[in-house]
Design a protein around this ligand. Structure first.
Ligand code: ATP
Ligand code: LTN
Length: 337
């Protein structure tokens, strides 16, 4: 990563809680490689975030490596961007504690992801689930990231990071860059195929609700075939009254580049069966290069380990500069070496 400010910086992260869904891909990951030529990019596997929900250790380890392979398969180039595992860079947690003292209880109480996840995991409403946005703010602010490419569900957390940065800067003078989120126009919120008013989520236990990036052709076609729609039998974009069809149109739009108007025309009078089949086929074809690349990378563990180790070392070196700067401003004693 460049030390000067010649280029703006991008940071994003994804939790290793399962195979990435089409939602993760269209809302976030697919856009990450597209930014590498314009920005200094840092992409992180957020394993520390993922333990806010119960994880099985062996599975978490496996999924973390798979997440690394999926990021590389999506086109992230380790010669251009840093890719690493969050727990292998302890600087983030160091900054997080400091930032938590500049974050208000009321602010965290308003976060919708906290409310959703605590309702879903009522038996495990732990402190980490509540303070999670502070660690996320540390992830972002520690690199002085200008842009944070995430899906719509994470927008509120990026705004909080900005508020924390503003508060800190007002108290101690210019320290952090104020980050902005970068949402794709289409795909920022892909909905569940079974409950199209809920977002598609990796940890959904209903298999039919999500398209996973490693699903084979048969599975993908079957899942689209059983996607919940409506009884109108007319392909028309209307999120409020036709959330299922509108969701499928969003997906088809991204994979084919066809506008909603063009899609409506293409399927005029053809009914939902033909439309679902076309959406499925566009996804199967669109994901093929990703799947081929993933299989190559996951079978080369040594390469994966090398990339992730280098990513952790380089990102740590940069991140510690911010930690030292912040600690100094706060008033923590630092002895010269
Ligand atoms: P989990 O189910 O474990 O909470 P998740 O599927 O919500 O996971 P995250 O790891 O929390 O995924 O998110 C990774 C990235 O994918 C984030 O930038 C997030 O905004 C984006 N994302 C997640 N779900 C969707 C979705 N349905 N549509 C668009 N973007 C999404
Ligand atoms: N909280 C995010 C994952 C995440 C992230 C980040 C995204 C962790 N740290 C920093 C952007 C920037 C999530 O649950 N999707």
């Amino acid at each position: 990563m460049e030390k000067d400010n010649a280029r703006q910086r991008v940071l994003s992260g994804i939790q290793p809680t399962g195979t990435f869904t089409l939602g993760n891909y269209l809302g976030a990951v697919r856009n990450w490689p597209l930014l590498q030529n314009e920005y200094d990019c840092v992409y992180m596997i957020a394993d520390q975030h993922s333990i806010t929900v119960k994880q099985e250790p062996k599975l978490l380890r496996q999924r973390t490596l798979e997440a690394g392979a999926m990021l590389l398969a999506s086109g992230i180039d380790p010669d251009k961007s840093l890719v690493f595992i969050q727990s292998q860079n302890p600087a983030h947690s160091q900054l997080s504690w400091a930032l938590s003292c500049y974050t208000m209880f009321g602010e965290l109480s308003r976060m919708t992801q906290y409310k959703d996840k605590s309702a879903k995991h009522a038996d495990n409403i732990n402190a980490g689930l509540f303070t999670y946005p502070v660690l996320m703010a540390a992830d972002i602010l520690i690199y002085n990231a200008h842009k944070v490419p995430v899906g719509a569900d994470q927008k509120q957390h990026v705004e909080l990071a900005r508020d924390i940065a503003t508060r800190f800067n007002n108290l101690y003078g210019e320290t952090f860059v104020l980050p902005e989120n970068l949402n794709p126009k289409v795909g920022a919120k892909i909905m569940s195929l079974q409950e199209p008013t809920k977002k598609m989520s990796k940890s959904d236990t209903n298999e039919k609700a999500t398209i996973l990036l490693l699903d084979d052709e048969t599975k993908i076609m079957k899942k689209f075939k059983s996607a919940v729609t409506d009884s109108e039998n007319c392909v028309r974009y209307d999120v409020e009254n036709k959330p299922g069809i509108s969701n499928l149109m969003g997906i088809y739009n991204v994979f084919t580049g066809k506008s909603f108007e063009e899609i409506e025309k293409e399927f005029d009078g053809l009914g939902y069966g033909a439309f679902k089949e076309a959406v499925g086929t566009s996804v199967v074809e669109g994901l093929r290069p990703f799947q081929t690349k993933y299989n190559d990378i996951i079978s080369d563990k040594a390469y994966l380990q090398k990339v992730l180790t280098e990513g952790a070392e380089k990102s740590y070196a940069y991140a510690m500069r911010t930690v030292r700067k912040v600690y100094k401003k706060i008033g923590f004693v630092q002895f010269d070496k």
